[in-house]
Design a protein around this ligand. Sequence first.
Ligand SMILES: [Fe+2]
Length: 199
Amino acid sequence: MSFELPKLNYAYDALEPYIDARTMEIHHSKHHAAYTSKLNDAVKGTDLEGKTIEELLANVSAHSGAVRNNGGGFYNHNLYWEIMTPGGASQPEGDLLNAINGSFESVENFKDAFANAAATRFGSGWAWLVKQGDSLVVSSTPNQDNPLMDVADVKGTPILGIDVWEHAYYLKYQNKRPDYIEAFWKVINWDEVAKRFKG
Ligand SMILES: [Fe+2]
């Protein structure tokens, strides 16, 4: 059983004007496809074949750089496509809202912390909303690392993540990463984030 590139639940142009169709198409059909096939190449014929992506990431320090980079890339983009949607709720609700208020005092404080983590990640990487037990923290990771990896500074379950590699925004936003981060709030699938929070 090899890893498969997931189909998106919406069309490449569905997140316009916030994320453009050309970026979505290249990001999914080229970048994510490459992480997926390179991950399969990296585990093929090794004792890692057949392990779940979560199992690979939990012990990633024991594996090759190819497994770390492409395994992270495979997992992170799976999450990224799912936590976005056209026409989603504009704010978190219910238990997730309570947890955000409990950990950050307000949604605005959480948004500021998340946007700051995304904007200040030097070079390529991700910013995350991470579940740690009943509480939530914001973190960021370089390259394709994520909070499920044993090498992460901040460990836990990622329930929201933003890709801040230039390939995620450069065609539309060029060097203006903060504008992409601001637009990202318009396309979040808060129902999916809440589902991941419940576990
Ligand atoms: Fe990406």
